[in-house]
Ligand binder design. Structure first.
Ligand code: IMP
Length: 184
């Protein structure tokens, strides 16, 4: 059993100040692109909560907020590709401009599932805003329309992202030491 201490951290990838500057830029872009429209922001629980909060505070449009919780069967550091909805949206999104707010796109299988699920509900549009992207591991043909940072194939924690439900409260985005998440 590993200790949940900063010794588990390999390196700091992005400090909080840098993350906030990036979120500012993303919000400006979203405000410009959706000018004159109403936006429905869909946060994917739980990894996106901090990102979602900082982003929505900077959106200057009429905004609805809703949340989904998705589980992939399998281990905490791996995507199995089998996805199920643990908590669905509270409200319908018919004719609404939906912006999915996700913490990280890894294989892309989760995002593909979410996009397909939302598209069946007849929204006016569906786009994706992701804080992190790990393109080296992509299996599904999906991409974020608005992206914070691209990272190499490391396991990222902090600023909402977890490993086995730990580290979400770290203020910076850090990489975890491989010995913590790699199978022996
Ligand atoms: P995907 O289906 O492989 O794209 O996985 C998406 C989900 O896996 C994300 O929403 C995260 O919850 C989780 N995930 C993937 N990579 C990481 C990581 O590096 N750190 C924390 N969570 C991750």
């Amino acid at each position: 059993m590993h200790s949940k201490t900063p010794e588990d951290i390999d390196e700091v990838l992005f400090r909080r100040e840098e993350i906030l500057t990036k979120i500012e830029a993303l919000a400006e872009q979203i405000n410009r692109d959706y000018a004159g429209k109403e936006l429905t922001m869909v946060g994917i629980l739980k990894g996106s909560v901090l990102f979602f909060s900082e982003l929505v505070l900077r959106i200057k449009l009429p905004v609805r907020m809703d949340f989904m919780s998705i589980s992939s069967y399998g281990q905490s550091s791996k995507s199995s590709g089998v996805v199920r909805i643990l908590k669905d949206l509270d409200n319908g999104v018919e004719n609404q401009h939906v912006l999915i707010v996700e913490d990280i796109v890894d294989t892309g299988l989760t995002l593909k599932y979410i996009i397909e699920s939302l598209e069946t509900r007849k929204p006016a549009s569906v786009k994706v805003c992701a804080l992190l992207d790990k393109p080296s591991r992509r299996l599904a043909d999906v991409a974020a329309d608005y992206l914070g940072f691209t990272i190499p194939d490391a396991f990222a924690v902090g600023y909402g992202l977890d490993y086995s439900e730990q580290y979400r409260n770290l203020p910076d985005i850090c990489s975890l030491k491989p010995c913590i998440y790699q199978e022996t």
